[in-house]
Design a protein around this ligand. Structure first.
Ligand SMILES: Cc1cc2nc3c(=O)[nH]c(=O)nc-3n(C[C@H](O)[C@H](O)[C@H](O)COP(=O)(O)O)c2cc1C
Length: 206
């Protein structure tokens, strides 16, 4: 059975805007693609540990021999399998200090694996993850879509690069900005944008 893989990374708990919008989006995707099961990784509730000198071998080649690195390999294999099997990937990504949450970075550190999710071919890097639509809900307190603050955005370009490196280039970014200034208005606008999204996965079912 295919799946919708949902990655949440807010540390905001019940107040999280990205988590709420992700839940709304997933409810809509489920209504339109009821045959897909939902696989959720909430990185706040269940963080993926940071890589360390003891565990780094778990994401490398050959397979790790140390006891400390074996659980890292098992976790990385499980996260990669979830990513490969998914028909749709949904990511909730709050902006923390101009970039993504460190918990989400740690998830990427475990799924970006040479020879597994990308490789270096004659023409440079090649993504090895099966193509699928990706929807990223990115929340921010400030505004970075235009003006002098645009260059400070290390969230969306970083996500685009990491996803693209694995071959995931069909990405819809739903930017939810100015949450520190006009939250209700911005959330309402985001709900409308989510309603109007026609990611490839929905078009296929229509
Ligand atoms: C530790 C931390 C760092 C943050 N850094 C930024 C930032 O650099 N720029 C910004 O616009 N908002 C920043 N914010 C605000 C969050 O992006 C905003 O509150 C967003 O709604 C968080 O997503 P969530 O509601 O899903 O938790 C920060 C919030 C926290 C808690």
């Amino acid at each position: 059975m295919g799946s919708i893989l949902v990655i949440k990374s807010s540390a905001g708990g019940a107040a999280s805007v990205s988590n709420k919008l992700v839940d709304q989006l997933v409810a809509r995707l489920q209504a339109e693609r009821p045959e897909l099961k939902v696989v959720e990784r909430d990185l706040d509730r269940e963080p993926v540990p940071h890589l360390s000198s003891a565990t780094m071998a778990g994401i490398g080649r050959p397979a790790p021999e140390t006891e400390a690195a074996k659980p890292t390999r098992a976790l990385s294999d499980a996260l990669v399998a979830e990513l490969q099997e998914a028909e749709i990937l949904v990511i909730g990504a709050p902006m923390y200090n101009f970039g993504i949450a460190s918990t989400l970075k740690s998830w990427f550190d475990h799924v970006l694996r040479a020879g597994v999710t990308f490789q270096y071919g004659p023409n440079g890097p090649e993504g090895l993850v099966a193509a699928k639509p990706v929807i990223v809900i990115e929340t921010r307190g400030g505004a970075y879509s235009e003006g002098p603050a645009a260059v400070l955005d290390s969230q969306e370009p970083h996500l685009r690069t990491m996803l693209g490196f694995m071959g995931l280039r069909d990405v819809d970014f739903v930017r939810v900005e100015k949450l520190a200034m006009a939250a209700q208005e911005q959330i309402a606008a985001a709900v409308e944008r989510i309603g109007a999204l026609r990611p490839g996965a929905l078009a296929k079912a229509a």
